[in-house]
Design a protein around this ligand. Structure first.
Ligand code: RUB
Length: 316
């Protein structure tokens, strides 16, 4: 039996009531904490069985943001749990790791804001896409330092997360202009820096983010505009070290258009795309700024404790 609160967390991720890679990761950590505090299991084996079911459920919600499996990896360290027999101790460990993940995650977003804001100059015009807590942390921090900024926000069809960004920025007092996605290249000549978030970053520095990000990167490259990615270390994708590709989620076509209105029409709705490292100037992480080519180093450092084992042996 999966706890109703855990089911609700998973459903909220699936339906995008909880969205954005960082928020999804923290919600997953919260779900694991609920399992550890509410379980009726009497033995370690029963508890591990329950935990595995929840891990499967969480992993089935959305496939692209690696922050989700990385949060689970952080909280449930299987090799460590293998050596502990006392169920109470296991439960306490999971609760404390989940709390630690949430604390580190929120701290990372704040730190990215501090580090990234140093790259923003007074008078800069910035373009951002979708709704990224990390990208917004940089913009809002720079604004709070008294830098005079102007921000172009793309609508981000089909789910229009750009509206969330536009609301957040205007509320913070940042001069904000909303544009449709196809107007990005038109306005690019007025922009100094593009800042976006990430759902996954591959070992070669390629960045997976909201569909349309790579078009923005192309337009920025053409106009010689700097292109920054803001992402916590847990957005780096360990399986890409061993050659796996990041799965791109395709969502319900009805998010784009009601297919019944044009008979025979096919609709595709990929939620993310891949921006190659050549189009990215910097990745801003909580550990500092790196060129995309250094993604491999971050992966080696961040997942050192796990890389010698087979990655996620029984979570798939
Ligand atoms: C959100 C999206 C965001 C990243 C980074 O997509 O692509 O840019 O998740 O966000 P969706 P953050 O709305 O489909 O989840 O920096 O907040 O983690």
């Amino acid at each position: 039996m999966i706890h109703p609160e855990v089911k609700k967390i998973a459903e909220d991720i699936r339906t995008m009531r909880t969205r954005g890679a960082g928020r999804i990761a923290r919600a997953a950590a919260r779900a694991l904490k609920v399992v550890a505090t509410s379980t009726k299991a009497e033995t370690k084996a029963q508890f591990m069985d329950e935990l595995n079911k929840v891990v499967k459920l969480l992993l089935s919600t959305r496939p692209t943001a690696v922050s989700l499996p990385n949060a689970i990896r952080f909280v449930v360290r299987r090799s460590e749990l293998e050596s502990i027999e006392d169920l109470g101790e296991i439960r306490r460990l999971i609760v404390s790791r989940a709390n630690e993940f949430i604390r580190l995650s929120l701290g990372a977003i704040k730190r990215i804001g501090e580090i990234g804001s140093r790259r923003i100059l007074d008078g800069d015009t910035i373009m951002t896409h979708c709704n990224s807590a990390c990208a917004l942390s940089i913009i809002k921090t720079a604004h709070s330092q008294g830098k005079d900024l102007e921000v172009f926000v793309t609508e981000s069809r089909p789910r229009r997360q750009g509206l969330i960004t536009a609301r957040e920025l205007t509320k913070a007092g940042v001069r904000t202009t909303l544009i449709v996605d196809s107007a990005a290249r038109y306005f690019m000549k007025e922009v100094d820096k593009v800042i976006v978030g990430a759902d996954s970053i591959a070992a070669n520095g390629a960045v997976v983010n909201k569909i349309g990000t790579s078009s923005l990167a192309l337009a920025a490259n053409e106009a010689r505009v700097l292109f920054f990615v803001a992402a916590e270390s847990y957005k780096f994708h360990p399986e890409t070290l061993v050659g796996e590709l990041v799965e791109i989620e395709e969502r319900d076509p009805r998010e784009v258009f009601n297919p019944k209105r044009i008979e025979g029409l096919r609709i595709r709705n990929p939620a993310f795309d891949v921006t190659p490292p050549e189009y990215i100037d910097l990745i801003i992480t909580e550990r500092g700024i790196i060129p995309p080519q250094a993604a491999y180093t971050i992966l080696r450092e961040h997942f050192e404790w796990k890389l010698d084992e087979e990655l996620l042996p029984d979570q798939k």
